[in-house]
Design a protein around this ligand. Structure first.
Ligand SMILES: [Cu+2]
Length: 69
């Protein structure tokens, strides 16, 4: 199992959180997504190393941005 964290910008409410959660949840290998609205912190659990580009794409697909860490 591997855990990675991202900072997502542009989320303003629970609906945004739901959209980001569901889009990242579709990425291959992802087993869990936790989004903290106040900080934009997104914790992704996966069953193997995750392709960061796919997570980034998923977040952009949802209409938000991954901040550079
Ligand atoms: Cu919203």
């Amino acid at each position: 199992m591997s855990v990675s964290t991202y900072t997502v910008t542009g989320m303003t409410c629970g609906h945004c959180v739901g959209t980001v959660t569901s889009e990242i949840g579709k990425v291959a290998g992802v087993t869990g997504v936790e989004v903290e609205l106040a900080t934009g912190k997104v914790t992704v659990t996966s069953d193997g190393p995750l392709d960061e580009a796919l997570v980034r794409d998923a977040v952009e697909e949802a209409g938000y941005e991954v901040a550079a860490n």
